[in-house]
Ligand binder design. Structure first.
Ligand code: SF4
Length: 329
């Protein structure tokens, strides 16, 4: 069967020559569908009304392959740096049946855990996907508030999605997959305030849903092609907030915001916050474990929002400290 794979994954699997600016720790696949996605997310190159080719998702090209060709001679032992396979599913009628074929094939060739990012699904499909071997399931909410969601994914762009239904499906998935085996994506830079993004992350944490942060990337041919990417300083504060919320159990009352909803202070001992920043961990790509999405949101020349490796963060740690000025006393 046909499938798409991110160009980095294609190179990693040795199916095309090329130089990787950073090693991917996951293989990224996408369902193959001749037409555009049936949804119409304003930021997405796959959207129904985007004029971009179906070969693109975010900044990346996704060439098509027969799945058997892509994994010909593949064995986990020859690719020890890989930690996960992620399947991104476009929205179309028979997508679940295609995803099941992909998952069944992957289970035959690899023992790597499988993540699936897909439209919200009914309970029956979620159960089947778990039974067939999906390890983490992701329903991307993408926008921090219902109002923004309607504007970029829902009713205002004639999209099929509903904010509350996304949240309900996440909740159902947590019941079936278990807490933190369910992920959502949050795109920073769609117009939310930092406070709204922080509130969203707390809300997800409470539900047992993991959050992968993405920086909005303006892409030619999409509705939002003219919107600017987020300020790096704001993104850094939210990366730090994400780490504090999910890894350090920080409470909402420890975050202090200014009148415009920017994070002004975090009530944590200075030594602790400095230690966390210097560790570099908050600035790594976030989401499912082992997902590093190299250069998904950024050019190799920078600015880098999500770092694909700790070595790359460490090189930039002085710059990051400056970007976080004000939060480090
Ligand atoms: S966080 Fe990474 S591995 Fe998980 S669904 Fe999103 S892109 Fe895939």
């Amino acid at each position: 069967m046909k499938i798409r794979a991110s160009i980095g994954s294609v190179i990693k699997l040795g199916k095309q020559p090329g130089r990787l600016a950073a090693e991917p720790t996951a293989i990224y696949l996408m369902t193959y569908h001749v037409a555009k996605c049936e949804a119409n997310c304003a930021f997405c190159t796959q959207a129904r009304s985007s004029s971009t080719t179906t070969e693109r998702l975010s900044r990346i090209t996704w060439p098509e392959f027969e799945i058997e060709k892509l994994f010909e001679n593949y064995s986990d032992t020859n690719f020890k740096s890989l930690q996960r396979i992620c399947v991104q599913a476009v929205n179309y009628r028979n997508v679940v049946s295609d995803v099941l074929k992909i998952v069944r094939y992957l289970k035959k060739v690899s023992k790597l855990p499988i993540s699936l990012s897909i439209k919200p699904l009914p309970e029956k499909d979620i159960k089947t996907l778990l039974k067939e071997g999906v390890e983490k399931i992701c329903f991307p909410v993408d926008a921090a508030t219902e109002k923004l969601f309607n504007k970029v994914k829902g009713v205002e762009v004639n999209g099929p999605y509903d904010f509350e239904k996304h949240l309900t499906s996440l909740q159902t998935a947590v019941k079936i997959f278990g807490p933190y085996n369910v992920t959502t994506h949050l795109i920073i830079g769609l117009g939310e305030s930092e406070k709204e993004a922080v509130d969203f992350m707390f809300k997800m944490k409470k539900k047992g849903v993991n959050v992968g942060l993405f920086a909005f990337t303006p892409l030619k041919g999409t509705n939002l092609q003219e919107l600017k990417p987020p300020l790096k300083e704001a993104y850094r504060r939210l990366q730090l907030a994400r780490c504090l919320i999910f890894n350090e159990n920080t409470s909402i009352n420890q975050f202090i915001f200014d009148e415009e909803g920017r994070i002004k202070n975090i009530l944590i001992p200075v030594e602790k916050i400095n230690r966390i920043i210097v560790s570099g961990i908050p600035f790594l790509t976030s989401g499912c474990p082992g997902c590093n999405r190299p250069y998904y949101n950024e050019r190799v020349s920078g600015p880098i929002y999500n770092y694909p490796s700790i070595e790359l963060v460490k090189k930039d740690i002085q710059k990051i400290k400056i970007e976080l000025e004000g939060l480090i006393k």
